[in-house]
Design a protein. Structure first.
Length: 357
């Protein structure tokens, strides 16, 4: 009998330890809510209350009225110069700082130029809000797969940039962080909502999902990106990759922290002015099977884009033609001729400028 009692003793302590950890985590979540918004929920801003109430959220107020809440737009840049200009202009009034990271390596570890840095002067009117960073790789970083490289690059938006921010760039607890690729553009109304409200820690800003141009709408669910969270200090803020793939933290508690906004963003995938850019994107894919030689034929690409057919012939990937689409970023509507290829893929070249008839 004594041996049986002794054998059960360790399990009793395991259960006690587990309960203790759960209590600590619950208290931690409660502390987060209190530190961010215990006083904020008593906001007297009627306009913010009206904006937040339909979503079941409370208004947000910083603990220091002299330091208003900031919005940081975090992006990984590859080659999407036009997308970046459209995004900067369309969201300019709603974003405090645009954090842009760029790598000399693709996800498959091939060398590539720093396209944004080489064209930085083009964005002169936006420099006052742009924070540029070339991604660094520690000597012991040895990715075993393409996803390891992508994870490192995405997390660098927080881990390599935010420790260096000082002065007016320095974040404070509760500041909004939007995490995305350049071609996942949050709508201005979405950003105003995020600034005003105490939203869930893991918030998905679902995108209207277009392919090749805003002429072809993807059939099916909305694109489940970008994501948004809030700053909690360097140690406790959700890492960008964990936020994007719903990882990090303890699994049972992730569901408590989740939320979503429908039709909150625009995503135009493979919306390029040249076939060369599209081929470059294929070469950088983490999913290397999509870069097979049969998919890289130039005329095949033109035909598929013009007709709104999936480049990789994936089952279930279908697109519906949208005539005269006005559900696009404002800057695009204001510059229809300049960005014609993003609005209309008709014609023998499908709008590609490096294709001859």
């Amino acid at each position: 009998m004594s041996m049986l009692r002794a054998s059960r003793q360790p399990w009793r302590w395991v259960r006690v330890a587990a309960v203790f950890c759960i209590v600590l985590l619950i208290l931690s979540v409660a502390r987060d809510s209190q530190s961010l918004s215990a006083t904020t929920w008593a906001s007297q801003d009627d306009e913010a209350s009206d904006i937040c109430r339909p979503h079941g959220w409370k208004p947000f107020r910083t603990k220091d009225p002299g330091k208003p809440r900031k919005v940081y737009d975090l992006m990984m840049f590859n080659t999407e110069l036009d997308h970046l200009e459209i995004r900067l202009n369309s969201t300019w009034d709603e974003v405090d700082f645009f954090v842009l990271v760029e790598s000399r390596k693709t996800f498959t570890s091939h060398e590539k130029p720093l396209t944004l840095l080489d064209n930085f002067d083009r964005f002169g009117p936006y420099h006052s809000k742009m924070i540029y960073h070339e991604i660094e790789y520690p000597p012991d970083f040895k990715p075993r797969r393409a996803w390891d490289m992508e994870d490192h690059q995405r997390n660098s938006m927080l881990t390599q940039v935010f420790p260096r921010l000082t002065g007016r760039h320095e974040p404070q607890e509760g500041d909004v962080l939007v995490v995305s690729d350049v071609d996942e553009i949050p709508k201005p109304s979405t950003l105003r909502l995020l600034r005003a409200c105490h939203f869930p820690r893991r918030l998905t800003l679902y995108s209207r999902f277009y392919y090749y141009s805003f002429q072809w709408l993807h059939r099916g669910p909305e694109w489940p990106h970008p994501q948004a969270t809030y700053y909690q200090g360097l140690r406790r803020t959700l890492r960008p990759n964990d936020l994007r793939i719903a990882d990090g933290g303890m699994r049972p508690f992730r569901e408590w922290e989740k939320g979503g906004l429908a039709n909150a963003s625009w995503h135009c995938s493979s919306c390029f002015q040249t076939v060369g850019e599209l081929l470059g994107k294929m070469a950088s894919f983490s999913h290397t099977s999509l870069n097979a030689e049969k998919y890289r034929d130039k005329q095949r690409i033109v035909d598929h884009v013009r007709k709104g057919i999936d480049l990789w012939d994936r089952e279930g990937e279908m697109f519906d033609r949208v005539e005269g689409n006005t559900d696009v970023p404002p800057f695009l509507l204001e510059n229809r001729e300049r960005f014609r290829y993003m609005l209309n893929r008709d014609g023998p070249t499908a709008g590609f400028t490096d294709v001859e008839v």
